[in-house]
Ligand binder design. Sequence first.
Ligand code: ARG
Length: 459
Amino acid sequence: NKSQAWSARFSEPVSDLVKRYTASVGFDQRMAQVDIQGSLAHADMLESIGLISTDDLQAIQRGMQQILQEIQDGKFEWSIDLEDVHLNIEKRLVELIGDAGKRLHTGRSRNDQVATDIRLWLRAEIDTSLELLRQLRHNLAALALKHAETILPGFTHLQVAQPVTFGHHLLAYAEMFARDAERLQDCRKRVNRLPLGAAALAGTSYPIDRERVARTLGFDSVCRNSLDAVSDRDFAIEFCAAAALIMMHVSRLSEELIIWMSPRVGFIQLADRFCTGSSIMPQKKNPDVPELARGKTGRVNGHLVALLTLMKAQPLAYNKDNQEDKEGLYDAADTIRDTLTIFADMVNGITVKADAMRAAAMQGFATATDLADYLVKKGLPFRDAHETVALAVRTCEEQNCDLADLTLEQLQSFHASIENDIFDVLTLEGSVAARNHIGGTAPERVREEANRILWETQN
Ligand code: ARG
């Protein structure tokens, strides 16, 4: 049992299964680089207050440099006997530099060490996600600008409602992803606080300089309570919540892409590189990427619930339960990174079938509201106008035609105030152009918004 860092206290070894059950090195080794970064900042601080010598510090720096190299070259030997990333690296450091390596852990515990590692790691993931959201919004805005005048039916209840421009529809997603980015930025503020110095739970009796460590590692501030610093993972839960919302938005977009690509609808084609065929049906081109993204939403939601549940009944301060925080968090970050990367590219690979969109918008009386609004402008109360148009729609349905197909005389039979200018109102172009206010679907507004977002998201 001599290999364990805490071995002296124990009289019998753990079984192989318990060893595997309790070890985290299989997954937490992906934090090796930030673990070393944290250790170097800690060592620098220990030297600054005279707790270790300059020689020791330099030895630690040299040793860590070599370890990092070994890890990058895939030559580092990870051992399950050493439980986790922290003990594996520390053991190797002692092998390489001797006593100086044994002094590194002065005034520190794996409890504040791991909390620091996760925060450093997550901070970088958040920055990557923010960059990917920027890219995705940029590409959505570029496509929206091209389709500021392309008209498709807008739906409520998946029934034709009113005509909208495709650019406007795309910019709806740009808004969702903007809020997702805001959420990540907000979460980052609470991620970016330094737990190191909390030691196991109570702080340490050494005269440590936490502000110095925070500065070295780029943290905005230090955690103000040692018990809280080592034990809470609310920042990781916030990240998973933000990730779940990103996936929810991606999933809604996916659903629409899938519907739009269905031959029954035929509004778009996705580039072949995002689709696959069928092993039996030669004609198939399936939107696998959006389908998978829709599916992967479930696992990110799961990670959020798992983390909330992990934390809910833990007494202060650190408990080993917390080791279970990592795999879900990693997977949430990996899933949104891959998903956002692919979607940014996939948006550029959308081919728009403007004719099919237009034909669909011509069906289903999409401009009925415009006729009602026209009557209101002629002096009718809205509820009466609504009733009048409902009668007109019913007549059209019986005659199997559109409102715009009715003659002026027929239209006037529903209300005498209708004049020849009604046909401007009943066109799709007239309908969208009339909605010319902030947040409206008019091509002019869509161009304005798309340009604003393009400007905001430029590199
Ligand atoms: N591997 C542990 C974790 O992931 C590190 C902290 C362990 N601390 C302890 N006292 N067992 O949380």
